[in-house]
Design a binder for this molecule. Structure first.
Ligand code: NAD
Length: 486
């Protein structure tokens, strides 16, 4: 990959980025970052120790009051500049993400456009964070102001590394917080790149810090007594650990966790459109998306039509390394491939039928075929647990089946979809679905401007849109006595 910028991140060991400086681990320990398309090492990365985390949090703490008190229009202009820099270096960023994460280039480019837009969107909010005045009596003045928390910890997963960095860091900064980011150990590179762009845009180095490492480093951050708020995106199991560790210090948490998202296809739906949306909903990013369309509930009268079409399209997919912009790339790591294939085996053992796919490709890298299971029943594990891979399970339902009850009967509640020509039914079903986001006749209907988050075990709080600011601002009420003596 003859590109100077990419070489910078791949030819030498990558350190933490603290106060704008490269910083090695205090104990010199490091881990290897691998290319998921080949299984070959990309580079070595420092592992964050307690001392590294302490220094990063202290740096962010010391930078806090100055950043908070930076004029909001100035703060906004610098954040806006990050968006411009991301757009300017979009190609390099996208290539780096493909190399590290595995996704097709065109999808990585969309992620970078989305990342730029997060900075642009929240830049515009920096000078519009307003309180309210509350009428409590003629001798009183009462008003609220909204203040940042202080140090925001951002724990990032490996499925959308750059995009989720931007989704959390941009609103945190706009609200006046400083940040310590920990990317996932299999995809650390774009976070380092983006943090440098933040600094280049005029955001002080000590305001955006990155510490690398895995779960141990993550828990040192989330349990740190000087961290004021934690934004975590990842699995339910880790979310529980994060919440427990944050509880030690009563630290505020926002959790974006998993999903097992139902798409209900009624007989009057446009089946071509439903197939097209669900295909993208499950095979984009090789299904490694919390909001993936991973569970299709299809009315029996259109079940065979749906199955025929989705199998055709799954079989048309070309797989390859992300940089070659295939239809689908590899899974992000060997251990994740094993987890997904374990679910494929479970599905077979449970009596579901593989309609297409179900195999690992006989080549280097972590590739599995786009997979569709038919004859799936609701009590099977593959219908209830998050697989987080390109594996669609399709369940038929009849007129007498309570499809909404089945759709809602999981521990998750992230996204759901309704495909029908009847708008009245669409609204009625949407209201009954247990999900933070409902898509009608489409999938991935959310944008940077719309609130996103889960019910039940899918999470706490909302990312994206104006609602995300609630994770980064707290209200202070100020009550003034206007008694005559004044
Ligand atoms: P993960 O939970 O294994 O890891 C997520 C991050 O947490 C990584 O940076 C990891 O190093 C860190 N971590 C691990 N243990 C930790 C601990 N004890 N304390 C603090 N940090 C710790 O998740 P993953 O495998 O990277 O991502 C896949 C999961 O993320 C899926 O379940 C998916 O649904 C979910 N996800 C949710 C959303 C959403 O917005 N709801 C978005 C993307 C991914």
């Amino acid at each position: 990959m003859p590109n100077k910028m990419i070489e910078r991140y791949t030819n030498q060991q990558q350190n933490h980025l603290i106060a704008g400086d490269q910083r090695s681990s205090s104990n010199k320990k490091c881990f290897t970052d691998f290319n998921p398309a080949t299984g070959e090492p990309i580079t070595k990365i420092d592992t964050g120790t307690k001392s590294d985390v302490d220094i990063a949090v202290k740096t962010a703490r010391e930078a806090y009051s100055q950043w908070r008190d930076t004029d909001p229009d100035d703060r906004g202009r610098r954040i806006r500049q990050v968006a411009d820099l991301i757009r300017k270096q979009k190609d390099e960023l996208a290539l780096l993400e493909c190399l590290d994460q595995g996704k097709p280039l065109s999808q990585a480019e969309l992620d970078m456009e989305g990342a730029a837009y997060y900075f642009e969107y929240y830049a515009g909010i920096a000078d519009k964070i307003e309180g309210k005045s509350i009428p409590i009596g003629s001798n009183q003045v009462d008003y609220t102001i909204r203040e940042p928390f202080g140090v925001s910890a951002q724990i990032i997963p490996w499925n959308f590394p750059a995009n989720i960095f931007a989704r959390g860091v941009a609103p945190a900064l706009a609200a006046g917080n400083t940040v310590v980011v920990k990317p996932a150990p299999t995809t650390p590179l774009s976070a380092l790149f983006l943090a440098e762009l933040c600094h280049e845009a005029g955001i002080p180095g000590s305001v955006v810090n990155v510490v690398n490492g895995g779960g141990e480093t993550g828990s040192l951050i989330t349990s740190h007594e000087d961290v004021d708020t934690v934004t975590f995106t990842g699995s339910v199991e880790t979310g529980i650990q994060v919440m427990k560790s944050a509880a030690e210090n009563i630290t505020d948490v926002t959790l974006e966790l998993g999903g097992k998202n139902p798409a209900i296809i009624y007989p009057d739906a446009d089946i071509d459109k439903a197939v097209n949306e669900i295909e993208q909903g499950i095979f984009t990013n090789a299904g490694q998306i919390c909001s993936a369309a991973d569970r299709a509930l299809v009315h029996r009268s259109v079940y065979h039509e749906f199955m025929d079409e989705i199998v055709d399209v799954a079989e048309s997919y070309e797989l390859g390394p992300g940089q070659e912009n295939p239809d689908m790339g590899p899974l992000n790591s060997h251990s994740h491939l094993q987890k997904v294939m374990n679910y494929v085996d479970i599905g077979r053992r449970e009596g579901a039928k593989v309609a297409t796919g179900g195999n690992v490709l006989d080549r280097e890298g972590h590739f599995i075929e786009p997979t569709v299971f038919m004859n799936v029943s609701h009590d099977m594990r593959i219908a209830r647990e998050e697989i987080f891979g390109p594996v669609l399970v399709v369940l038929p339902f009849d007129n007498e089946t309570d499809e909404i009850k089945i759709a809602n009967d999981t521990e998750y509640g992230l996204t759901a979809g309704v495909f029908t020509d009847d708008l009245r039914r669409a609204h009625q079903v949407a209201k009954q679905l247990k999900a933070g986001n409902v898509y009608i006749n489409q999938w991935f209907g959310d944008t940077n401007q719309t609130p996103f988050g889960g019910y039940e075990k899918s999470g706490i709080g909302r990312e994206k849109g104006l609602e995300a600011l609630d994770s980064y601002l707290q209200s202070k009420n100020i009550a003034i006595d206007l008694d005559e003596k004044y």
